[in-house]
Design a protein around this ligand. Structure first.
Ligand code: HEM
Ligand code: HEM
Length: 177
């Protein structure tokens, strides 16, 4: 088996783009909007749906990963690096699910689905600062950023130093050897 299942590949790239947009554009610009800004309600609704779609894509990927044939683990050239890669991939799943979970935590503790999608009677909280899931959401955003940067460095190492064509494993094409 040379490549991941096409559904895993498609979900990897769509989720990756959506995560990068939420991390660097959606989330930060949402935080900058004052609660009194009428745009905040719409932006919040958009961010929540965007985040839930990311969670859904990661779930699809996870289930497909467990139920389809995957390529054998890539060899980074040392036992330590191979173990690191495995842990990093597990951590990426865990952190993205934790990001969605903490986002839902903020939404439920501040009744945000009613704020964004209700009849207008639920007020936007003055601030989210200090709510524990909000603090966690900010910290996890940093951890994902660091891990994704390491993930891209690891890919570049495989692609350009080891020249093992790692990218093609996460792309479309004939899967059998
Ligand atoms: C931004 C969020 C990203 C996340 C959360 C993410 C997550 C993952 C995970 C968990 C895997 C392991 C395969 C699996 O179990 O599904 C993987 C594989 C892979 N990713 Fe990403 N990824 C991201 C972005 C990127 C980017 C920007 C690149 C570009 C270089 C990339 C390139 C790859 C490649 C080439 C593989 C295959 C590695 C292998 O076969 O062992 N990923 N990714
Ligand atoms: C993987 C998915 C998600 C990513 C990458 C993401 C990213 C972010 C980022 C980067 C921030 C700004 C953090 C900061 O400045 O400290 C943020 C804020 C926030 N996110 Fe998410 N998020 C995701 C999912 C969700 C979900 C599913 C919900 C709710 C259902 C949600 C609700 C919120 C809320 C309420 C804020 C606070 C806005 C504010 O402080 O004004 N997020 N998100």
């Amino acid at each position: 088996m040379k490549r991941y299942h096409p559904i895993i590949v498609a979900a990897h790239w769509v989720a990756a783009i959506m995560i990068l947009v939420a991390l660097f554009i959606g989330g930060p610009s949402l935080t900058e909007l004052e609660s009194t800004d009428p745009l905040k309600k719409t932006a919040l609704g958009g961010h929540m749906i965007w985040g839930l779609v990311i969670g859904f894509l990661m779930l699809v990927r996870f289930v497909m990963r467990k139920t389809t044939k995957n390529p054998p683990p890539a060899d980074a050239g040392s036992d330590m690096l191979n173990k690191g890669a495995r842990s990093a991939h597990i951590a990426l799943y865990v952190l993205v699910f934790a990001m969605v979970g903490s986002g839902l935590g903020i939404a439920f503790s501040a009744d945000l689905f009613a704020v964004s999608f209700g009849d207008g009677s639920t007020p936007m909280p003055a601030t989210f600062e200090g709510i524990p899931p909000r603090v966690a959401h900010g910290i996890i955003a940093w951890l994902i950023t660091i891990l994704v940067a390491m993930h891209v460095i690891a890919w570049a190492y495989h692609q350009f130093v080891r020249k093992d064509g790692l990218f093609s494993r996460m792309w479309f094409g004939r899967r059998s050897d």
